[in-house]
Design a binder for this molecule. Sequence first.
Ligand code: AMP
Length: 113
Amino acid sequence: MTGTTIFDSILKGEIPCDEVYSDEHCLAFRDIQPQAPVHILVIPRTRLINLNYAELEDKELLGHLLIIAARVAKQESLENWRAVINNGDKAGQTVFHLHIHVIGGRNLAWPPG
Ligand code: AMP
């Protein structure tokens, strides 16, 4: 869980991605296995495994990621959408580099599975 992930390779440009937003703190790109018509991942450029590892000093970065998630949703013309962060394998996390899923474009059931 502590090694690098495929997202490091995407950030380095070693693996292509369908980028929708980029700045000095984060990158947003389309999920390769979309679960909805719009499914985008917003990831920090610095690695944080997941929210279990977040410290108070990460608050600016975490706030930035949420604002960018909302900006990306707006860019995609989404008014109704969901931000999802899976923390840990039993919660569905498969890539251990923090990411916000921006999911929308269809009705979303609640509760999630
Ligand atoms: P999670 O299961 O919350 O860790 O989400 C990881 C997400 O990364 C999954 O939805 C995958 O489909 C997605 N993913 C994995 N590899 C890539 C890739 N190369 N490009 C885009 N999305 C990816």
